[in-house]
Design a protein around this ligand. Structure first.
Ligand SMILES: [Zn+2]
Length: 254
């Protein structure tokens, strides 16, 4: 078993997903001395109505790098394709390799139930990768196994609901009011997406929707802005809530 380090990886699906759902919590962990990594399953190659896949991918990798740099962190891309995030052997091996390279103690990923199957498959890929990264017979040439099962947390689904419209309740919350400006700064780095929505809605829906989500979660635990999470508590994963230990009073329950 490897020693526990202070490395956290937010491994969600698309560029800007982490910035919507969990970078407030990452900012608080940064303050506690954690090393920050953000990975995306894809480079966001379908996130444009005007640029081709290669061009927009280049732009969005850079935007994610800029956002991650706000926390002095490192950005990685798993280089799968938008709309085609499959739960299959090659995608899983790539995801396991990412966990083995970063060697995190804490992992955040997309909600297992969400509006987009890309998000759900990302959630499943990361879940399995956390559980299997230590198995030597799962071979990733040049990258050695990581004999540690990270603490795994699921971020909120879009609009906190599943595909039937039923509410997905958070199991606990992190009060991010003190770092809400950092979260906004990180999301603003995704200029291509912000501008696209601005043109479409005629207002800053990109930033506004992030704020509404944070306020909604905040109102559930009587603070201004919060992020909601569920911890993976299946067999074989750590069951104590390390975020409670690390972030103490910032963690709230209803
Ligand atoms: Zn997404």
């Amino acid at each position: 078993m490897e020693k526990m380090n202070k490395t956290v990886l937010a491994f969600l699906c698309h560029p800007d997903d982490a910035e919507f759902m969990c970078t407030g919590t990452l900012a608080l962990l940064k303050d506690k001395g954690w090393d920050i990594h953000i990975a995306t399953m894809t480079p966001g190659d379908c996130g444009s109505a005007t640029c081709g896949r290669e061009e927009i991918s280049k732009i969005r990798r850079k935007e994610s790098e800029n956002a991650t740099a706000v926390l002095g962190g490192t950005y990685h891309c798993n280089e799968l394709d938008d709309v085609f995030v499959m739960y299959d052997r090659p995608s899983l091996l790539r995801t396991i390799e990412m966990i083995r390279k970063v060697r995190p103690t804490i992992v955040f990923t997309s909600s297992p139930h969400d509006y987009f199957i890309d998000h759900e498959n990302t959630s499943h890929l990361v879940r399995t990768a956390c559980f299997t990264c230590g198995i030597p017979n799962v071979e990733t040439p040049g990258v050695k196994p990581y004999a540690f099962t990270p603490y795994l947390y699921y971020a909120d689904a879009m609009e906190c609901k599943d595909i039937f419209g039923d509410e997905i309740k958070a199991k606990f919350y992190v009060d991010i009011t003190s770092v809400a400006d950092i979260k906004e700064k990180m999301l603003c780095c995704h200029k291509s997406q912000r501008d696209w929505l601005m043109a479409h809605h005629g207002m800053d829906e990109y930033i506004d929707s992030m704020k509404r989500h944070g306020q909604r979660r905040g109102s559930e635990v009587k603070c201004e802005y919060a992020e909601g999470f569920r911890q993976h508590l299946g067999h074989g994963y750590p069951h104590d809530n390390i975020l409670k230990t690390e972030l103490e009073n910032f963690v709230k329950e209803k």
